[in-house]
Design a protein around this ligand. Structure first.
Ligand SMILES: Nc1ncnc2c1ncn2[C@@H]1O[C@H](COP(=O)(O)OP(=O)(O)O)[C@@H](O)[C@H]1O
Ligand SMILES: [Mg+2]
Length: 228
């Protein structure tokens, strides 16, 4: 299991407003390791996650997931790879409306196309993960009544239930207090080790950054402070 971006360029928008957040980017991400993507707002962290997660096709370059170039696949094949192999935790959570926390996890498992344990084993695992993200007491609450940070934690538990090979998380600790942030960072590390997954976390939180094994700084050269 590995992720390798090779010579990836992404341009967004057209004409005057076009921006190129990723330009000829080369980066390798190791299994069993958490990489923190850092850099100022607008440096391309979310764009990199979208490219790695097959939601965005780069203008050029390769996105190699264990040797398969995801960027070269058809839209349908990319969607299949995403469903089977990738856990994507958006900053917004991207949950379904009207479901409780526990139902979010079980619904995702049933449409995942992955072979998972079923019945009571699956429910027990879902509850364990909700406990891990600090939401055991809210598992039967509808997620649309939850705060942004809580919804994102449900989304993290949902991604972990599917034991992805590649776990992509956008700003997991942005909407939580410090103590919760360090719990979440520890959970992300532990899960990454346990499932041998490649984990990439966009973050501007020093707590999350400190818990990472690797740091990838997307600050553009022209924006870096010059050495005196
Ligand atoms: N759909 C889009 N169309 C045009 N520009 C976009 C779009 N999405 C993001 N951008 C721009 O791309 C750059 C990188 O954005 P992003 O990857 O979200 O940065 P970060 O996550 O590091 O804050 C920013 O300048 C942002 O304004
Ligand atoms: Mg972002």
């Amino acid at each position: 299991m590995s992720l390798h971006l090779r010579d990836v360029t992404v341009t967004l928008g057209d004409g005057e407003s076009a921006v190129t957040p990723l330009r000829s980017l080369d980066a390798a991400f190791a299994p069993r390791a958490v990489t923190a993507l850092v850099g100022p707002s607008g440096s391309g962290k979310s764009t990199l996650l979208a490219v790695a997660g097959t939601l965005l096709k780069p203008d050029s370059g390769q996105v190699l997931l264990s040797g398969t170039d995801l960027a070269a696949l058809s839209t349908a094949d990319r969607a299949r790879e995403r469903r089977r192999r990738i856990g994507y935790v958006f900053q917004s959570g991207n949950l379904l409306t009207g479901l409780t926390a526990r139902q979010q996890l079980l619904a995702a498992a049933s449409v995942s196309g992955r072979s998972l344990r079923s019945g009571s084993g699956l429910r027990a695992r879902a509850d364990e993960l909700l406990d891990d993200v600090g939401l055991a007491h809210r598992r039967d609450h509808r997620t649309d009544t939850m705060s942004g940070g809580e919804r994102q934690r449900v989304a993290l538990a949902r991604a972990l239930l599917l034991t992805p090979e590649l776990l992509l998380i956008d700003e997991p600790t942005a909407a939580v207090d410090r103590e919760r942030a360090s719990d979440l960072a520890a959970l992300i590390r532990r899960t990454t080790r346990h499932h041998d997954c490649v984990t990439v976390v966009a973050t501007h939180d020093p707590v999350m950054e400190a818990a990472a094994d690797e740091i990838l700084d997307l600050t553009r050269r022209e924006d870096r402070p010059t050495m005196l």
